[in-house]
Design a protein around this ligand. Structure first.
Ligand code: 7TS
Length: 404
């Protein structure tokens, strides 16, 4: 297992809140000092707008921003840095994909396919684009463990399907989907595959060429980087079929009253002043994760999942969501307790310093399809230990006897 005491020492939040047991990493991760320092350094000694000034500070900021794009491309093994569009986060990335690709490429009679476990950030933009274009939105129902069976794919995917938009990992079930297998069947019918990678990128080494997806969206803030920076990877052959949905400065070659010549991608899709500090600090987050090692982080989380799933199975009235196999999950477990509202439980746990999320986790259709109310979610990361989960299990038992 990872040396979590040593890792925790790199994250100032834990010095400032010594009793905090942070188990809400699926909402956002904490930030290491190196990331915080990088933001401070940018604003203290490097701040200038990019691609505008010809003075040294602006040129250096532009260089650092371009280098960040290259580093992100390498991190997810994109073929080229041109395939990396910086956004505000996953929500922004998915809205960009839906508006810039979906609106122009869908027609009435076309079909868009999604799963029942999508986060609202993936579900709503595609639902909206379907309503505007007359395309039909179809839902793939997942099994209890969060997987989608062959029969479901065969009955819903066909030649009319033009877009399949699916999470790499569900933020409620934690289930990791086999994107490589999905991309093969999606491409067989000539559709494009949009992957919501928000819950996968903090935990798995992503290789977009190997996955062979057409879009891959993620947020920096769930992988140690600041809030407000995210990425939309788009395969180069798709980029030419997209029209920017935000227009403004920084994305044109020339403008006259009669004619606009747009810049090349990816700048074409980044209207306005970008989050330069965020992009640069995302590189520091990637460096930090790479130093610890994504495969070591993954093994650590699997051990934590084993421990937590075992512990929860022993507590009466607890009902688990998702797969029983730790290796099928990212670092999270959602559950409900018969007869006790998740918000009551999370209130009780919060008083003991435990930070967990309770509710529908922006995935209401999933809770409806499972016919269950609000759930409690524990999501852990590289700085969490078995001890954190032991405290959770002990306090959960106390909470159940308190309310039960
Ligand atoms: N997609 C998935 C699968 C997510 O889990 C989230 C955020 C998003 C998209 C949106 O990401 P954002 O960075 O643009 O907000 N999920 C959660 C969560 O589970 N709790 O808080 C945010």
């Amino acid at each position: 297992m990872l040396d979590t005491l040593k890792i925790k020492a790199d994250f100032p939040i834990f010095k400032n809140h010594s009793d905090l047991i942070y188990l809400d990493n699926a909402a956002t991760s904490q930030k290491p000092q190196s990331v915080i320092d990088r933001i401070t350094k940018f604003y203290s000694s490097e701040n200038a707008n990019v691609h505008r000034g010809v003075y040294p500070l602006s040129e250096q900021a532009s260089e650092a921003y371009d280098l960040a794009r290259k580093k992100v491309a390498d991190f997810i093994n994109a073929k080229s840095a041109k395939e990396i569009i910086f956004t505000k986060g996953t929500t922004d990335s998915l809205n960009l994909a839906a508006a810039s690709y979906g609106l122009d490429n869908l027609k009435p009679d076309d079909e868009v396919l999604m799963s029942d476990f999508e986060h609202h950030s993936n579900f709503l933009p595609w639902k909206n684009v379907c309503e505007k274009t007359g395309a039909t939105l179809k839902i793939l129902n997942s099994d209890d463990d969060g997987s989608i069976n062959q029969k479901e794919w065969q009955s819903k995917l066909n030649k009319k399907t033009k877009i399949v938009a699916i999470a790499h990992a569900s933020n409620v079930l934690g289930t990791i989907n086999d994107i490589k297998e999905i991309s093969a069947i999606v491409h067989e019918v000539g559709a494009v595959l949009v992957v919501d990678g928000a819950q996968a990128i903090p935990h798995l080494q992503i290789n977009v060429q190997d996955l062979d997806c057409d879009f891959y969206a993620f947020s920096g803030h769930k992988m140690l980087a600041p809030m407000g920076i995210g990425v939309l990877y788009v395969k180069e052959e798709i980029l030419s079929k997209m029209f920017p949905y935000q227009l403004g400065g920084g994305m044109i070659e020339s403008v006259s009253l009669d004619e606009v010549v747009y810049a090349e991608y990816p700048e074409k899709f980044e209207a306005g002043t970008p989050n330069v500090a965020g992009a640069i600090a995302l590189v520091s987050a990637i460096d930090y994760l790479s130093k610890i090692g994504l495969s070591e982080i993954r093994s650590h989380e699997i051990e934590l999942s084993e421990y937590l799933l075992d512990g929860l199975a022993k507590i009466k009235k607890v009902k688990l969501l998702g797969s029983a196999a730790p290796s099928q999950r990212t670092g999270l477990v959602s559950f409900s307790v018969e007869g006790i509202h998740a918000h009551d439980l999370s209130d009780y746990l919060a008083k003991q310093g435990l930070a967990l999320r309770a509710g529908f986790h922006c995935a209401q259709p999933l809770h409806q399809s499972r016919n269950c109310g609000a759930t409690l979610r524990a999501s852990y990361y590289l700085y969490n230990s078995e001890k954190d989960l032991e405290v959770l299990l002990n306090n959960l038992e106390k909470a159940i006897s308190y309310y039960g």
